[in-house]
Design a protein around this ligand. Structure first.
Ligand code: NDP
Length: 478
């Protein structure tokens, strides 16, 4: 049952489409946020992803478990009739109750930290922004409040992990690796459960009906989400919780578990494993240090909560973002000093570009342009847009600093860092390079998607911006 407010929003869309004029021309709310209409390409991509993404995850994890991380060997054996899909399936470890117990404790602990331990770190860590923070304005014109305590949750979780490994010995630090595939079934159960719950909730009891989007296509609604910011109670925000924890808090623990496994199997830890742990930990810590900033990124500001985020955060992220560490358990690559230094440099330069670009935008937006970027006052384009409630708002698009070099240099830096993780694994197999291929597709698609949204939101002002800054990711090229 669609709420009446959502139907009103849909009706407005129908009127908009009927007369062919842009919302700006009409002085009506602009169409920003995720799509209302589904074209055949989006629909087939959605159905393809719903059907194949779980198998992609299974394939990579199984390739490591059964074929020493060879991606081609299972296909060759299948082609030559030496194995069957059924025998691959029957060799894969199945669901276990002990894994379910571990997973339930893990998720419950993260819910507890998120909900019951208000942030105190912002009170004594200089420069850190935590505690209750405002999100960005939603398409309906609301500004949600969030309890930002991710850094604290990460620190508590990792302090406990360390205390267990050093003193308590309640469980082995290899516990995650040892239960990797049984845990994957549990992660899938949670991923599907939370996506289905969010889907149903959007119809029956949405948190904010004005911010729901119904396309009329059930697959698209399920995958891309209907509700913008589903919540349980006042504070349990699905997007903030599932995006950051348990997936991203787990990321560094998963890597530590892989490192412990390497130590257990070979008696030493390779420099490649240390590089992957350090570079990815830097990325994860950056995420939590800047969690308040993260409230202003596309994930929170523009994406609706569906299977794409729900299942993606529970399964895709922890299983595919950590493939390098998993690979290094099976192939303990020891890099030459030159190779290791090159990887470290690429990772750090990438991180610097990624962080500085994000920081420049954040500083610029927070101070409304009254700041210094690369030693001088930033230049910008004044823009206006309408929210769903018809309100007229103003914004600014910076045209100096990294944002004057290209329109998404933060993605470029992210891609350089991603390539560094992969290159840390040497050149023996393609499996660890899946990550850079995936990130390139994700960020190029995201860039196009974001620019489409910005163009709808800002209209001719966006065109003025792209005239001044013509390239997206690589100056002079793309
Ligand atoms: P951005 O932080 O680049 O945000 C894009 C938004 O910034 C636009 O929608 C627009 O929003 C605003 N904007 C665009 N141009 C300008 C400008 N010139 N001046 C001021 N504001 C501008 O994108 P994301 O949220 O996608 O990414 C944030 C970070 O997260 C990136 O570094 C990305 O690499 C990383 N990321 C990592 C992922 C991973 O899986 N590892 C996945 C996704 C992102 P507005 O409507 O407010 O104007």
């Amino acid at each position: 049952m669609k709420s009446s407010v959502a139907m009103e929003a849909t009706r407005r869309r129908a009127q908009h489409g009927a007369n062919g004029k842009s919302s700006e021309e009409e002085g009506q709310p602009a169409q920003w946020g995720r799509a209302w209409e589904v074209d055949w390409f989006s629909l087939s991509s959605v159905i393809g992803l719903l059907c194949f993404a779980p198998f992609i995850v299974f394939y990579f994890v199984m390739a490591c478990d059964q074929y020493q991380c060879s991606v081609s060997q299972p296909l060759i054996e299948l082609y030559q009739g030496e194995t069957t899909l059924l025998s691959i399936w029957s060799r894969a470890p199945s669901f276990t109750w002990s894994a379910a117990k571990i997973y339930a404790i893990w998720v419950s602990f993260q819910v507890f930290l998120y909900m019951c331990v208000p942030d105190i770190t912002h009170k004594f860590i200089p420069g850190y922004v935590g505690g209750v923070q405002d999100g960005a304005r939603t398409p309906a014109g609301l500004i949600n409040k969030y309890e930002v305590n991710g850094l604290q949750c990460w620190l508590i979780t990792h302090a406990l992990w360390y205390a267990n490994a050093q003193y308590f010995h309640w469980f082995s630090p290899t516990i995650i690796f040892d239960n990797w595939i049984p845990l994957m079934w549990c992660a899938n159960i949670l991923g599907y459960a939370v996506s289905t719950y969010a889907f149903t909730k959007a119809y029956l009891f949405p948190t904010c009906a004005e911010d729901c989007k119904f396309t009329g296509n059930v697959f698209y609604n399920y995958m891309m989400g209907i509700e913008f910011n589903p919540r349980v109670g006042k504070w349990f925000d699905f997007k903030l919780f599932f995006n950051g924890r348990p997936g991203i808090v787990a990321w560094t623990l998963i890597n530590l578990s892989y490192m412990a496994k390497q130590q257990e199997l070979y008696g030493h830890v390779t420099n490649s494993m240390i590089l992957v742990n350090v570079l990815q930990a830097l990325y994860v810590l950056d995420f939590f240090w800047n969690e308040a900033w993260y409230l202003k990124t596309i994930d929170i500001c523009h994406d609706h909560f569906g299977w794409y985020l729900g299942w993606g955060d529970c399964v895709w992220l922890p299983y595919l973002y950590t493939l390098q560490g998993l690979y290094l358990v099976y192939h303990p690559v020891q890099l030459s000093s030159v190779h290791a230094l090159a990887v470290l440099s690429l990772g750090l330069v990438g991180y610097y570009i990624f962080r500085s670009t994000n920081h420049q935008k954040d500083l610029f937006r927070r101070t409304e342009g009254s700041c210094s970027i690369w030693g001088s006052k930033p230049t910008y384009i004044e823009c206006s847009y309408h929210s769903g409630d018809g309100g007229l708002h103003h914004s600014k698009l910076m045209t100096s600093g990294f944002w004057g070099v290209a329109r998404h240099l933060n993605y470029t830096g992210d891609l350089m860092g991603s390539l560094a993780y992969c290159a840390a694994c040497g050149f023996g197999h393609i499996l660890p390079y899946f990550y850079i291929v995936y990130m390139t597709i994700l960020l190029v698609h995201r860039c196009v998607r974001d620019e489409h949204r910005c163009s709808s939101k800002y209209g001719k002002d966006w065109k003025r911006y792209t005239d001044v800054v013509p390239r997206r990711l690589i100056p002079g090229v793309f």
